[in-house]
Write a protein that binds this ligand. Structure first.
Ligand SMILES: NC(=O)c1ccc[n+]([C@@H]2O[C@H](COP(=O)([O-])OP(=O)(O)OC[C@H]3O[C@@H](n4cnc5c(N)ncnc54)[C@H](OP(=O)(O)O)[C@@H]3O)[C@@H](O)[C@H]2O)c1
Length: 353
């Protein structure tokens, strides 16, 4: 066999050997870091015991505040945090739904609740003043910024309805900022009075805040905002003993996702929140990110696999996402047409009766 380097001079062969050594070292480094991050994810998800909420002052009469608490994931956060021994401030839009959730939680767990109803799409100072008044002096240690709105169906940015665009940014971002500025000072003063107790702020993002998602451009932008803001806030509040976590998730069954059936990749809110609270403060699938967690096991594997192969910002991931949301839009339009036709038939039938 002829050696491919047999014509090289001494200097050239030293350069080639050097380059091969660098390539091997970089390859080994990448392989080692990928293996370690995979093992760390498996440890987080399957081996470590659940996070102990006594560090956040559970069962000591402390309070948690949950936004978007009347339905879906937020209602489940409120229920599971109450089960861990926190009184709960339930914040959302519809008073009657909040009253029902409050009754359910107080009936099931030995905790108190307070409800605060306001429309987060109306970004008015009175809402935040009312919230401030309702929680004045409460020993709050946990804030869960869960409220969120998405597009009613995938739509191109240029065709997005103006109100839908404004509501998404107002509810997902402005409300989160303003509620955090009302609640954080209370968390700080509470933990300063309770030796060893930490504060916790959870911000509910989405896979749309991990992968740029065509046809959900405004929603994606609003959730990317949460990721950047959360990580920055985490750096600021860590020295003051408050943990900040940005939570990433693929689909969960709920009114917002319009997905009813669970599957390997789609948990229900109860399963999703249980994974989140079990792992809070750990990385799950978000091994490459600070103050961020992808807690549900199948979502974590998806996140890890893309981040360690093509990359979350890659053209391939963007293209796949675009095709997926284009096809969801086509199906959603067909369904809307079927419903409109059925309604028209019903009203014709009523007229002839
Ligand atoms: N479901 C998913 O597949 C999924 C995936 C990734 C991330 N997320 C994120 O998870 C969070 C919760 O989503 P979800 O699926 O649980 O939603 P959901 O079932 O539709 O519940 C939304 C909650 O937010 C409240 N809300 C909506 N608009 C409001 C407004 N204008 N003012 C005040 N409250 C308002 C609702 O109150 P009312 O009951 O009064 O309407 C309800 O309590 C969101 O931030 C979402 O972006 C969801």
């Amino acid at each position: 066999m002829v050696c491919p380097f047999s014509d090289f001079t001494g200097t050239e062969s030293k350069v080639v050997t050097g380059l091969a050594f660098v390539a091997l070292t970089v390859g080994l480094f990448k392989l080692t870091t990928a293996t370690l991050s995979f093992l760390s994810m498996i440890f987080d998800l399957y081996i470590l015991p659940p996070v102990n909420f006594s560090q956040y002052g559970a069962k000591k009469g402390n309070w948690a505040l949950v936004t978007g608490a009347s339905d879906g994931i937020g209602k489940e956060y409120a229920r599971q945090i109450a089960k861990k021994g926190f009184n709960v401030v339930l914040v959302s839009r519809t008073k009657a739904k909040l009253e029902a959730v409050a009754k359910e939680i107080e009936g099931e767990f030995d905790v108190k609740t307070i409800i605060v109803a306001f429309d987060a799409s109306k970004d008015v100072p009175e809402s935040y003043e009312a919230l401030k008044e309702a929680i004045k002096g409460l020993p709050i240690t946990i804030l869960i910024n869960n409220v969120g709105k998405s597009h009613s169906m995938p739509v191109s940015f240029l065709d997005t309805d103006e109100k839908e665009m404004n509501d998404i940014i107002t509810i997902n971002d402005f409300t989160t900022l303003r509620v955090t500025r009302v609640v954080s000072p209370l968390i700080l003063s509470t933990i300063q009075k309770q030796n060893g107790v930490r504060g916790l702020i959870v911000n509910m993002s989405s896979f749309a805040g991990l992968f740029p998602t065509p046809m959900l451009a405004t929603y994606t932008g609003s959730k990317f905002f949460l990721q950047g803001w959360s990580a920055a806030l985490a750096g600021e509040l860590k020295p003051q003993n408050i943990d900040v976590e940005c939570v990433l998730s693929y689909l969960v069954t709920s009114a917002m996702s319009k997905v009813r059936r669970t599957s390997f990749t789609v948990p229900n809110p109860k399963q999703f929140v249980a994974s989140t609270l079990k792992n809070i403060g750990r990385r799950g699938g978000a091994q490459e990110r600070y103050a961020t967690i992808t807690p549900y096991p199948s979502h974590a594997l998806m996140h890890w696999a893309v981040a360690n192969t093509v990359g979350v910002f890659s053209k391939a991931a963007n293209h796949l996402n675009y095709q997926m949301h284009k096809s969801i839009r086509i199906r959603a339009l067909r369904k809307a047409k079927r419903i409109a036709e059925a309604n028209a038939k019903d009203s014709d039938f009523q007229k002839t009766e």
